[in-house]
Design a protein around this ligand. Structure first.
Ligand SMILES: [Zn+2]
Ligand SMILES: [Zn+2]
Length: 365
């Protein structure tokens, strides 16, 4: 069958929106008709070459849709089921999955631009196109591993549920699962875009006392306040480390979350914690990024760690966050600045680069 898809043929060139062929799902694979896909910075990293990837590729990894067809042996979903994409698959069988760290699943060791048999299910003029993180949500239809789809409730709007497939879980999960922020704790969040706003929102949800938002964009700091920040720091106007340390009150904050992915902001976030505090890296750094850290910072019992796709259990965390939204306890609607058709995807990335949107969502007919 044919799908309408956005294909990246060359870095720093616009995506080409065109019809491509989608092959039938193989054993343990499913074909999904996407309803929506959020526009995430990780796609942009591939488009700019910051994150080298085989080309041509169908990008997109924050998707929700309806299962259309299943291959032989698929047991966990059936046609008609609503699903979120899981850009990190979980097999349920490997050492990591059994040991309670399914976001570290052994399937991550396989090339993520092909199905598990090492081939693609996309063709253009007979030539294969690469998948992206085995999701490729910038297409009306794509084929995924059974391990890459997470069933969700059918009454949840898919054009909001898609956000949980990356930005929401990536941002909120570190608060719940990695830092396990207790009520009353002080928290700083460096980077208040589509992911960081979820870190702020999750900190509010668990009852953090001080929630300090740090960004260089005044608009993003205004959004941060709407999602629960108690203090805002404009890092373009003052030294964010000194300011966060002062607000924290005992030499820094209990927890700092870094949601940008640069050497400077990671080092600033770590320095903003007090002795014994924790810094969690959430932002994805361009390939080649390195840190320069005084070991004394860690000797003072600070913890520097990271979080991948929420650092929890994606198969239960995604439906849990959707339940919270449906119960009126988590803001998803407020995260969406723009809804756009696939043909305007290049424009959506321009808006992201200009810092003018929280999240844009590509919606399919
Ligand atoms: Zn993403
Ligand atoms: Zn696994």
């Amino acid at each position: 069958m044919d799908a309408n898809a956005a294909v990246l043929y060359e870095v720093n060139k616009p995506l080409v929106i065109e019809d491509v062929e989608v092959l039938e799902p193989g054993p343990h694979e499913v074909r999904v008709r996407w309803a929506a896909n959020g526009v995430c910075h990780s796609d942009l990293h591939v488009m700019t070459g910051d994150y080298p990837h085989p080309l041509p590729v169908v990008l997109g990894h924050e998707a929700a849709g309806v299962v259309e067809k299943i291959g032989a042996g698929v047991e966990s979903v059936k046609p008609g089921d609503h699903v979120c994409s899981s850009y990190i698959p979980s097999c349920g069988k490997c050492w990591y999955c059994i040991g309670g760290q399914p976001t570290m699943c052994a399937l991550r060791d396989k090339p993520r631009w092909f199905m598990l048999d090492g081939t693609s299910r996309f063709r253009k003029n007979g030539q294969p196109l690469h998948h992206f993180l085995q999701v490729s949500g910038y297409a009306t239809h794509s084929v995924l591993l059974e391990e890459s789809v997470i069933p969700i409730r059918k009454d949840a709007p898919l054009d909001l549920a898609c956000l949980v497939s990356c930005g929401v879980l990536a941002g909120a999960g570190p608060v719940f699962n990695r830092a396990k922020v207790p009520p009353g704790a002080s928290v700083a969040v460096f980077g208040c875009g589509g992911v960081g706003l979820n870190t702020i929102q999750a900190a509010r949800m668990v009852g953090a006392g001080k929630i300090i938002a740090v960004d260089v964009n005044p608009q993003k700091l205004t959004w941060a306040e709407e999602f629960g920040a108690t203090h805002v720091v404009d890092a373009s106007k003052e030294d964010p480390v000194a300011r966060v340390q002062a607000i924290g009150g005992i030499g820094g904050v209990d927890f700092a979350f870094e949601v940008v992915g640069t050497q400077k902001t990671i080092e600033q976030a770590l320095a903003s914690t007090h002795r014994g505090g924790m810094c969690v890296i959430v932002g994805v750094s361009p390939a080649g990024t390195r840190l320069s850290i005084d070991p004394g910072m860690l000797l003072q019992q600070r913890v520097l760690t990271g979080s991948s796709f929420g650092a929890g259990h994606q198969r239960t965390d995604v439906p849990l966050l959707i339940d919270l939204f449906m119960a009126g306890k988590y803001q998803l609607k407020e995260l969406v600045s723009r809804r756009l058709p696939l043909k305007e995807l290049n424009h959506a990335f321009d808006l992201m680069k200009q810092g003018e949107v929280k999240r844009s969502v590509i919606v399919y007919e």
